[in-house]
Design a protein around this ligand. Structure first.
Ligand code: SF4
Length: 515
């Protein structure tokens, strides 16, 4: 039968996707096609800026910005087995936005119904878990992940296999697996989309990790602002339990594993792993000094493996295709692909998954289509911990180490494009306001430093600052970076430092005693 796939992930849902789906169902019924045409709900189809998106597999057309009054034209054209020639606009699937993508994490996104476990199983889901439990020892699984070269997708880029090996080597006993889904960077929605589009993938990735390290209990820590992701995760966990894929005796083996969801209350700092664990334990989400690292003493002092959503989403594919396959994608030190949320002043906004090492220019100019007005000025990566890359450096390959050399970082995958109308001092102030609000207040450099840096940036923007103030701002940045307790404070100055590095003249122009 023909399938009409309607994206009902948060992006399209916010522009009325559920109503479009209902109208399509009614229209298909009225046309007497309901025996041969199925209207189904799927996850993110990536071109989020053009939603609601509707895809019909025969004759292979993806409609953009579908409105209620276009439904009849779509169904009429379907009757004739062709795309609508008027009344609804198809997207060009040959556009670089699609052709430059290499989906691994997003391979099922927009294709399967995330609320039906049968569809995940039909595309090979849970077979990797079965294979691991029956054909591999835990050490072999850790070795496979290590050889793949996968690095943590939450921002730090720590080698995933090394982290797994550290927890696996801890003495037998209570161990935990945590999926960090507390995505909080402004402009980032990669993890949300994965959870809304393919939740079973995360469950399978976590279960494989649990088998590898010897854990029997997992938590998914997801922010309360993602209600659809939470709902789909709850449904997925229930379905997996019902089929015996969770709980005691998975696949008739002694291995057992259960997952609980913990909903975060909106504090950005709870994305920091020690704060996240405190929050799961029922305490206030405050970071604590490391060591001890969670791998040695984590949740309730037990060895704990924490990876983010995208990291776990890579695991089923690595098991299925093998470490060598994964390691053949990307660059020498950054293997595989990376999912980015491409947003800002760019023409084509949405979710992209590209091989590591792709030049930034290909993403911004080819996939993103550049900016509608003026010229591209910079791209911000890494959220409040990252920095701005100016347009003249766009030939830089996108990988962990090259971005750090530019004074920014990969981060979890937010990528915000700015045009020549954007004030970079404004950008720095925006991120500092964010960090000031999200500082947990536990240590003085971050608690007081973010307030001071915000005040100095405001003074500069008002034209009331002098060169001495600017030097003072740089000194405070250095102090906060060097002395803050956790990553939030240590990286909060980065947006200021990177804009000072590449756009210093914009700061100088605003000074009273501009040189
Ligand atoms: Fe809290 Fe900031 Fe200190 Fe981290 S650096 S512990 S967020 S005050």
């Amino acid at each position: 039968s023909v399938r009409i796939r309607c994206c009902t992930a948060a992006g399209c849902a916010s522009s009325g996707a559920e109503e479009i789906k209902d109208r399509l169902e009614q229209s298909i019924k009225d046309a007497g096609l309901d025996n041969t045409v199925e209207v189904c709900s799927v996850g993110c189809m990536k071109f989020c800026g053009r939603g609601p998106l509707v895809e019909i597999d025969i004759p292979g057309v993806l409609y953009q910005q579908v409105s209620g009054d276009q439904v009849e034209a779509i169904v009429d054209a379907l009757k004739q087995n062709k795309a609508a020639e008027s009344g609804a606009t198809p997207l060009d699937r040959e556009h670089p936005f699609f052709t430059l993508q290499q989906p691994i994490v997003l391979e099922n996104s927009g294709k399967i119904d995330p609320e039906r476990i049968e569809e995940y199983i039909a595309v090979g889901g849970y077979q990797n878990l079965y294979h691991v439990i029956h054909d591999m020892t835990p050490d072999e699984v850790v070795d496979e992940v290590t050889r793949s070269g996968l690095r943590g997708r939450g921002g730090g880029g720590y080698p995933t296999g090394l982290k797994w090996a550290t927890v696996a080597k801890m003495p037998e006993g209570q161990k935990y697996v945590i999926c960090n889904a507390d995505e909080g960077d402004p402009g980032a929605f990669m993890d949300r989309s994965v959870l809304e589009s393919d939740p079973h993938r995360i469950i399978e990735g976590m279960a494989i990790a649990a088998y590898a390290i010897g854990a029997n209990h997992g938590y998914i820590y997801v922010r309360a602002e993602y209600p659809l992701a939470i709902k789909r995760l709850e449904t997925a966990i229930k379905q997996a339990k019902r089929l015996g894929l969770m709980g005691s005796q998975i696949f008739d083996s002694p291995f057992d594993f259960k997952i609980d969801i913990r909903v975060g209350a909106g504090a950005f700092v709870c994305g920091e792993e020690t704060a996240l664990m405190q929050s799961i334990e029922g305490g206030r989400g405050n970071p604590r000094p490391r060591p001890p690292y969670p791998a040695q003493s984590g949740l309730w002092h037990s060895p704990t493996l924490i990876n983010n959503v995208e990291t776990f989403a890579n695991i089923p594919a690595i098991v299925r295709e093998g470490a060598d396959w994964f390691a053949s994608i990307g660059t020498e030190k950054s293997k595989g692909t990376k999912v980015f949320a491409l947003t800002g002043k760019v023409r084509n906004t949405g979710l992209i998954e590209v091989p590591m090492g792709i030049p930034l220019r290909e993403i911004v100019e080819k996939m993103g289509g550049g900016v509608p007005r003026g010229e591209v000025k910079a791209v911000q990566t890494g959220g409040p911990s990252g920095g701005c890359i100016p347009a003249h450096l766009f030939d830089t390959p996108v990988e962990y180490d090259s971005l750090i050399q530019l004074g920014t970082m990969m981060g979890s995958g937010g990528m915000i494009v700015m045009d020549t109308e954007t004030s970079m001092v404004d950008v720095a102030q925006f991120y500092m306001e964010f960090c000031r609000g999200e500082s947990c207040g536990k240590c003085i450099p971050c608690r007081a430093g973010t307030v001071q840096m915000y005040q100095m940036l405001t003074k500069i923007l008002r034209g009331e600052a002098t060169l001495i103030d600017l030097e003072q701002l740089e000194r405070v940045c250095g102090m906060v970076k060097a002395t803050s307790l956790c990553g939030l404070g240590q990286t909060a100055p980065n947006p200021v430092l990177s804009t000072l590095r590449y756009f210093r003249e914009e700061y100088l122009e605003l000074l009273k005693d501009s040189p």
